[in-house]
Design a protein around this ligand. Structure first.
Ligand code: NAD
Length: 417
């Protein structure tokens, strides 16, 4: 799933190679880090509403659990591939370590186009997938969460299916659930909110002001909507927004909540009154202070990186920038806050949800947001300090921090037998 034909797993492995070489890591530990611990591929037969039988493919990749149970989202998209899921699972391992929560990394996906499924078909597919992976997930084993084209409702179906199979209610098997089922206050907004907090910390560290800073957000879904709304409340001017159908632009600023209302009504950001329409490429290349990619992977690649005019990129999406693009952006002086830091707010609040579920508690939004704020400010500062100390860029620093924490855990556990 990418703007360019780049294998996402090869890309993340080459980032890991650079990192472990810089850290002077034992090649054996590098081998462990590069290899996903368990890979599941499941075949999912489904009777469609018209009586036809279709077979879908689902994946769950469990990359590493040295620091705690596997954790990671489930994505529904027609371009989901095993290599993409492997890459995303590995990124989750580093992300949980950077934000310093006791989880490993996993990811799942089903190859499907949700726009072509009825709500009933989506529910049955989700339940069949859950049944197929039920023996590999669990509150202390592997805890799924939402990702692209999955949401709180999808998590409710997973919780219900898993609970029926266990014979009792197990809310802590998934995070990102509806509040009524044990979901956490603030979880839906957490990833976008966290991206906005990282952007604010970045502005502070670069002596940029947020008041009237211009922002473009690519992808107006869960992450993009909440990033845009939080940034708008921080004083930023959102000049560009996009979704899968194209982008909109207004130099005076767009009101994200009104654009959301328009999208709910019409199905797209396009046609929002008073805005100019752009292609997705043009939206990415707008002149702005901050660009927040919050859609698919590999949107900024070798061919368009040179056209990016943003001063700073804050990666709300997972893997939106290829390694080649990183080098071009860095040469052009574009500062970048990497995904494993910038979108870690989601897994952070997922962790808080899991802790609440295990302890049969429900915390207030203020408590949740305070913990999110404090964890992210600390993580940003730690990565910034690492960057200064090791003379790396932010991606290199975040990766070094995550990878070395996981490597230390592996070494302390030792090798069985
Ligand atoms: P979502 O399904 O809620 O929204 C995705 C949005 O991207 C939709 O508005 C869609 O129209 C848009 N989109 C699709 N293709 C596009 C394109 N080519 N150009 C512009 N927009 C396009 O998904 P989400 O949960 O917001 O996830 C977005 C990204 O954030 C993904 O990379 C995901 O892995 C990452 N992420 C999500 C979470 C989370 O908690 N949801 C956490 C961490 C990272």
């Amino acid at each position: 799933m990418s703007g360019e034909n780049i294998n996402p797993y090869d890309d993340i492995c080459s980032q890991l190679k650079i990192c472990t070489t810089q850290l002077g890591m034992n090649p054996g530990i590098h081998e462990i880090l590069i290899s996903p611990k368990v890979i599941h591929t499941v075949s999912l037969p489904l009777e469609m509403d018209n009586g036809e039988i279709k077979v879908f493919t689902g994946y769950r990749v469990q990359h590493n659990d040295a620091r705690g149970p596997y954790k990671g989202g489930i994505r529904y998209h027609h371009e989901v591939s095993m290599d993409e899921v492997k890459a995303l699972a590995m990124a989750m391992t580093w992300k949980c370590a950077v934000i310093n929560i006791p989880y490993g990394g996993a990811k799942g996906g089903i190859v499907c186009d949700t726009k072509e499924l009825s709500i009933g078909e989506k529910e049955h597919l989700t339940r069949r997938y859950t049944a197929a992976i039920s023996q590999f997930i669990g509150p202390y084993r592997d805890v799924p969460a939402p990702d692209m084209y999955t949401d709180a409702q999808t998590m409710a179906w997973i919780m219900d299916t898993y609970s029926v199979m266990q014979g009792y209610s197990v809310p802590e098997v998934v995070t990102g659930k509806p509040i009524e089922l044990g979901g956490s206050e603030g979880r839906t907004e957490a990833t976008g909110r966290g991206t906005a907090i990282c952007l604010r910390e970045c502005a502070r560290s670069l002596n940029m002001t947020l008041k009237d800073a211009t922002v473009v957000v690519q992808g107006f879904g869960n992450v993009g909507v909440h990033a845009a709304m939080t940034l708008s409340s921080m004083g930023c001017r959102i000049i560009g927004l996009s979704d899968s159908r194209g982008g909109i632009f207004n130099t005076e600023g767009l009101d994200p909540s009104k654009v959301l209302g328009h999208k709910i009504e019409t199905g797209s950001v396009l046609g929002y009154p008073g805005s100019e329409e752009l292609t997705n490429e043009e939206t990415l290349e707008l002149e702005c202070d901050f660009l927040v990619p919050a859609a698919l992977g590999h949107q900024i690649h070798e061919k368009n990186a040179g056209n990016i005019k943003a001063r700073v990129i804050v990666e709300g999406a997972n893997g939106p920038t290829t390694t080649e693009a990183d080098e071009i952006l860095s040469r052009n002086g574009v500062f970048l806050v990497p995904d494993i830091l910038a979108n870690s707010g989601g897994v952070m609040v997922s962790y808080l949800e899991w802790v609440q579920n295990i302890n049969r508690q429900h915390w207030s939004l203020t408590d949740v947001n305070q913990q999110l704020e404090s964890k992210l400010v600390t993580a940003y500062k730690n990565v910034w300090d690492m960057k200064e100390k090791m003379d790396l860029n932010m991606r290199g620093a975040a990766l070094s921090m995550g990878v070395s924490r996981v490597a230390n855990a592996i070494q302390q556990l030792g090798l069985f037998p």
